[in-house]
Design a binder for this molecule. Structure first.
Ligand SMILES: [Zn+2]
Ligand SMILES: [Zn+2]
Length: 432
């Protein structure tokens, strides 16, 4: 039996342009368990798994079962002084609508259940076709959409939010974890494994083959300097049309030599996030009413309260997620925008690492928003004790979304660009 990977039997070279630094490389044949890294910036270009289709299919099915269990049983129950309340997972979103916070409610239900559900169905649809050796209809559109859904699924962040909420109320009332809570933990873990199991290089090769690489493409220099661009979704290297634009021949994704107006858009999103950060900290994020007495608390106030309770670890989690991460992201991205045009190859490695970090940690700021959603739904014991959401919840949610969008619109290839001509139509590249 022939054990050569199927794509290695393609006689022509398989070229890839690194997403992060635009370096053009030829992929070697990859065996299961191997990965190919960019020689210039270290970004992982392709990771090859054992039996990728079976693996993704099994994980996606298991995650889907766990999600269905998580939405059908009680999530957490709470009781204080004979009064009690038991909530289901979806009530963490629906209760917010009753408090006139529809946007926060939509953000919660989308990130923890709806988008992951759509993602898992998409993965199953794709892999079903690949396992049969005959891609099902709309496979390319689905495969393209999956990559865009990825950063907006936050089941793992929600688990941290649930744990923080439980610790916050643990000494005020009796808490019981329902079956759905454990099912949701399993779901979050399986979802994470599913996203990691997707081998998009193998998937696109199986879905649509490998069209011929553009003529005269040279490796060991940037794609943009040759009028080429790597597709951000399927990886295929394409020749760009006039004005540095084009469309991927394999998946149909729109291509640009560099994201258009990347700096201006990033600056605008950062400015908007900075503005929203003010109400997010000035207004209360939630108000706790206990025996008729209302006590509003801001983000910082909540941290101070936790320290007074002696919950140092939880206070640290909230402080890092709600203060350090968003402020750090604002500062780091602003700095990257400022210095991008004054880069050298040596700095670029560190700057790319910083950029990757800001992209990776952004979603973890949602912890505080999830804490509000859970506490508002859970703590309902009439006049004895209740929690209502404050205006800061929406403002802070907006900060998280805006900084995530800012990181996405920032084109990390700009960090590496300075030694090369900035004009996308230029054909002369500096050898290096
Ligand atoms: Zn690279
Ligand atoms: Zn493509």
């Amino acid at each position: 039996m022939d054990h050569t990977p199927p794509e290695a039997r393609v006689s022509r070279r398989r070229l890839r342009a690194c997403h992060e630094c635009d370096w053009l490389v030829a992929l070697p044949p990859l065996y299961p368990g191997q990965q190919a890294d960019c020689p210039r910036c270290g970004h992982t270009l392709v990771t090859r798994h054992h039996r990728p289709a079976q693996r993704s299919m099994a994980l996606a099915m298991a995650a889907m079962v766990a999600l269905l269990l998580a939405i059908s049983f009680p999530f957490i129950s709470f009781s204080v002084g004979g009064l009690g309340n038991r909530i289901e997972l979806t009530q963490t979103a629906t209760t917010l609508i009753g408090f006139h916070q529809p946007l926060v409610a939509i953000a919660v239900i989308m990130t923890i259940a709806v988008l992951p559900g759509i993602y898992l169905l998409g993965v199953m649809w794709l892999q079903l076709g690949l396992l049969q050796g005959q891609p099902l209809p709309a496979s390319r559109t689905i495969a393209r959409s999956l990559a865009h859904l990825n950063p907006w699924m936050m089941a793992d962040v929600f688990i941290i939010g649930a744990l923080v909420s439980l610790i916050k109320v643990a000494n005020l009332a009796q808490i019981e974890l329902g079956l759905s809570f454990w099912a949701f933990c399993a779901f979050a873990l399986l979802l994470l494994y599913t996203t990691q199991s997707i081998d998009s290089d193998w998937m696109w090769f199986s879905l649509a083959g490998e069209p011929q690489a553009p003529e005269n493409a040279r490796t060991g220099t940037t794609a943009a300097s040759q009028g080429l661009a790597g597709c951000p979704t399927c990886g295929l290297v394409n020749r760009l049309g006039s004005g540095g634009r084009g469309e991927c021949r394999r998946c149909g994704e729109r291509l640009h030599a560099r994201l258009p107006h990347s700096m201006q858009r990033t600056w605008a999103l950062l400015a908007a996030a900075a503005v929203m950060y003010v109400p997010a900290n000035v207004y209360p994020i939630m108000t706790t009413t206990s025996l008729g007495q209302s006590a509003p608390s801001t983000i910082i106030g909540g941290v101070v309260e936790l320290i007074q309770m002696g919950s140092w670890p939880v206070a640290t989690v909230i402080f890092v997620a709600s203060v350090i991460v968003p402020v750090g992201k604002l500062v780091a991205l602003s700095w990257l925008c400022l210095v991008a045009s004054r880069s050298s190859e040596l700095n670029a490695v560190h700057r790319t690492r910083l950029y990757r970090l800001t992209e990776f940690i952004g979603r973890w700021s949602m912890v505080d928003v999830f804490v509000v959603a859970i506490l508002v739904a859970l703590i309902r014991a009439g006049s004895l004790m209740s929690v209502t959401p404050g205006p800061a919840a929406l403002a802070f949610g907006a900060v998280v979304v805006l900084t995530m969008l800012a990181a996405m619109t920032f084109d990390s290839r700009l960090i590496w660009d300075t030694p090369l001509p900035r004009d996308p139509d230029a054909t002369q590249g500096t050898p290096g």
